[in-house]
Design a protein around this ligand. Structure first.
Ligand code: PTJ
Length: 251
């Protein structure tokens, strides 16, 4: 079936376009079919926050940028939803830090990994880890634990857009710092990460990149101060406060 073009004047244009983008990526084999369900959950939370970057997310994006700049070996983990929505933004953020890119999938097949690596390379990535996994994250039994020794395994900071709580916990157990992008402020991932960005990945990745470029020449001590003074759980409480206030004011 051919989907009619969505008119730009449609009030839900961006949201409908994004759905189309994901549906196409499912057909190509990049995104897993359950990625559509995960997206639906994210979309609902995005609707509730007003479909824009709220100040608490902007602040988390700033602190995430500081952490990435100070990292010795930062890695951006890419799954099927992120590859569908923001392949170019992953590549340009990775270049600006600089950070490595690794494909890591919950529903892992070699074919999907290969397609996503190809998509990232089409968008300018020179090197993408994840095709040849040679080790695994201790304590994670499912395929999401498989990773590259030169990539995620040795990373000190991992940026995980659309993550599951298990892997977040496993990263923490390995002593890594975790930055999560998750529109659901009460997910296990959101509560487990060191820095949670409650924003749509489509807005969050370019926002982190803008902060990276803006903070790059700051003193290390100033960047370290930003990180030390950030309280993730308090920030999530603030997001919930923002949400309930916003919802109360809508009708
Ligand atoms: O590509 P794979 O095989 O690795 O599978 C990826 C999915 C997304 C299917 C898998 O990781 C999954 O099932 O994820 P969850 O556990 O449903 O978690 C997805 C989380 O991301 C939810 O908390 C959503 O609210 C959130 N989310 C969905 N879309 C976005 C989002 N957060 C930010 N931006 C989005 N666009």
């Amino acid at each position: 079936m051919v989907m009619k073009e969505i008119p730009k004047s449609h009030p839900r244009y961006f949201s409908l376009e994004t759905r189309e983008q994901l549906a196409k990526a499912v057909k190509k084999g990049i995104t897993h079919e359950t990625g559509l369900i995960a997206h639906g959950r994210g979309e609902a939370f995005d609707y509730l926050i007003g479909e824009k970057t709220i100040p608490f997310a902007d602040d988390a994006e700033r602190v995430a940028a500081a952490l990435l700049i100070l990292a010795k070996n930062p890695v951006i983990s890419v799954n099927g939803n992120v590859a569908a929505l923001s392949p170019r933004a992953c590549v340009t953020l990775a270049e600006s830090v600089p950070a490595k890119l690794e494909v890591n999938l919950f529903h892992r097949t070699q074919k999907r990994v290969r397609l996503i690596v190809k998509e990232l390379k089409k968008n300018g990535a020179k090197q993408v880890y994840g095709e040849n996994v040679d080790t695994s994250i201790p304590g994670l039994l499912h395929d999401r634990g498989l990773c590259s020794n030169e990539g995620i395994y040795v990373a000190d900071v991992v940026l995980v857009p659309l993550e599951d709580g298990d892997r977040c916990q496993a990263f923490r157990n390995m002593g890594k710092k975790v930055i999560a992008i998750d529109l659901n402020p009460i997910s296990r991932t959101a509560r487990m990460a060191h820095i949670t960005i409650v924003d749509n990945v489509v807005r969050a990745l370019p926002a982190i990149e803008r902060w990276v470029k803006g903070l790059k020449h700051f003193d290390q001590a100033d960047l370290q101060n930003m990180i030390s003074s950030f309280d993730n759980i308090q920030m999530l409480r603030d997001v919930l406060g923002f949400l309930s206030k916003r919802l109360n004011s809508l009708l």
